[in-house]
Write a protein that binds this ligand. Structure first.
Ligand code: HEM
Length: 159
């Protein structure tokens, strides 16, 4: 059971670093970048910061997924996917899939190029869209985290 507890520790620390970083980008960095005077400064600053964070997030999402699936394996709790009271497990898996696809597939192949193109044409619209997208992912992640802490300690909200 020690390995299960170790997986839970890794899971929670990875989630703190990952979702905490999303909160920082959403509530501090994007608003600050939006206030920079020139379009060139906005694009350069955002790319430098988000680029470093993307690398960290790749590691923390990987650790979250590995430790999460390991806990499911140890608990032999795969049937939870068939029970709606475990909506928070569905939510955790959905958030994880969303970020994994964005970080490992969409960002390097499509989003990076699109961002440069649109930010160059219309910076304020592009940053405002990106800000909204970050808020959506942050709120979804926080609701998921609240549901996961409550659910894994026996408070299910739904009977
Ligand atoms: C494939 C992705 C994931 C899987 C398979 C997974 C699986 C699990 C499992 C099995 C538990 C323990 C449940 C129990 O003790 O009954 C857990 C706990 C938890 N997970 Fe996940 N998880 C995943 C992603 C995430 C994500 C994306 C977040 C945050 C946004 C998250 C946040 C948490 C939290 C906060 C706990 C509760 C820890 C505690 O209170 O001790 N997980 N997860």
């Amino acid at each position: 059971m020690e390995s299960f507890t170790l997986a839970r520790i890794i899971h929670v620390i990875a989630v703190i670093l990952w979702i905490g970083g999303v909160a920082m980008v959403t509530t501090v960095i994007i608003p600050a970048v939006k206030k920079l005077k020139s379009k060139e400064d906005q694009i350069k600053t955002f790319e430098q910061i988000e680029g470093r964070f993307a690398l960290q997030s790749k590691i923390t999402t990987l650790l979250t997924g590995l430790s999460g699936f390991y806990m499911l394996y140890v608990l032999d709790a795969w049937e939870r996917y068939l029970d709606y009271r475990f909506w928070w497990l569905h939510a955790m898996t959905l958030v994880w899939i969303l970020f994994t696809v964005i970080l490992y597939v969409l960002e390097p192949l499509v989003l990076h190029k699109l961002f440069k193109e649109y930010a160059d044409k219309n910076p304020s619209k592009t940053f405002s869209f990106m800000h909204k997208a970050h808020w959506f992912l942050l709120v979804l992640s926080l609701v998921t985290t609240a549901g996961a802490v409550a659910g894994s300690h026996g408070w299910f909200f739904i009977k």
